[in-house]
Design a protein around this ligand. Sequence first.
Ligand code: FAD
Length: 383
Amino acid sequence: MDFKLNDEQRMLEETVGRLVRDAYGFETREKNRNSALGFSTEMWQQLAELGLLGVPFSEELGGFNGGGQELMVVVEGFGRALLLEPYLATVVLSGTVIDRLGSDEQKAQLLGSIIGGEQRFALAAYEGQAFYDHTQVTTRAVANADGYLLNGSKAVVLHGDSADQLVVIARTSGDDGDAAGLTAFVVAADAAGVSRRGYPTVDGLRAAEISFDNVQLAAAARLGDEGAALPALEAAIERGIVALCAEACGAMEVACDQTLEYIKERQQFGVAIGRFQALQHRMVDMRMALEKARSMTILAACSLELPAAERQRRLAAAKLIIGKTGRLVSEEAIQLHGGMGMMDETAVSHYAKRLVMIDHQLGDQQYHLQRLSALLAVDDDVA
Ligand SMILES: Cc1cc2nc3c(=O)[nH]c(=O)nc-3n(C[C@H](O)[C@H](O)[C@H](O)COP(=O)(O)OP(=O)(O)OC[C@H]3O[C@@H](n4cnc5c(N)ncnc54)[C@H](O)[C@@H]3O)c2cc1C
């Protein structure tokens, strides 16, 4: 697929490329990963100063007014460096829900604080029993004289442990699995009744189990109309899928490069192991997988504004392919590195872990295969 960047997109690509090259080497990442927060607040400030935290938001709010392609270009750069900072949680997922549902005043305040780097957000949407079904919500917000009383819990909230604010999806009416009845609220992470248990995830990021025990919310904490949050949540997940696909492409590219470098250097049986044709074939398979993944990512990034049926099909297909190719590239990278590929000290092991976990975020291969089959079946029925 031919995809040429325009001037603005090239500028974004160069900005991110320069930043991660200058400030995000493997050793710096390791230091930040092992810090209490699990990432660097200085890097977060740099992202704000460079305008990168405003990429998807309107110019009136101080953003870049970027679409799927701009998001792709930026996050692919982050994927090359395995950026640890909560861009997906704050800008992509929480930011999209606020952007879609917030009043002008809420958007100016909340998105303003994201763009400026003053506050970090986490999207508390999925629950332990849900298995990617975002309508399986048992967390409830019940209206009372002061606003709403929030009760329930959320599982594996990405960067939920360090967020200043949580965008919480709660049920204000209906039952588990109902599309209607979901409402979004902005909840201060330190509000009375909020408890968080943070932990590192397999891929070196952070997440939290969060529970809400009689948390009193003001009526102004609600984003949008009562019971109508689902389309905004789905838009956030779709943008999140584009971001994950792009991140995977960046990570796969580096995993391929590092593997090629390794097999050219590693001497065995008196020659560099890269001289063996069997390994060259495997290297070619990795590169071809990367090209396929990149084509699907471009397709997904260009599809965010399409009508629902076509958009959903393309995003499900892209996430499915990314899951498959990410798995192949990460497993091959480790195999070709031999024992070295398993070591914490070897960068490629971290690329492999992130690629495997990208498959699990926002729907794994099995989930998107089933979704794609169902979406195609709907079309067959119509035909
Ligand atoms: C919503 C959610 C998001 C997650 N995001 C991340 C992440 O970003 N980074 C990270 O490192 N880890 C994440 N995890 C954790 C990760 O998916 C699993 O903990 C890990 O794959 C468990 O591996 P296992 O081989 O021990 O168990 P498995 O055999 O993989 O699974 C054990 C049990 O957990 C269930 N399960 C596994 N993964 C999921 C999932 N993603 N959603 C729902 N149920 C699941 C399985 O169905 C099974 O019942 C997430 C988990 C959940 C529930």
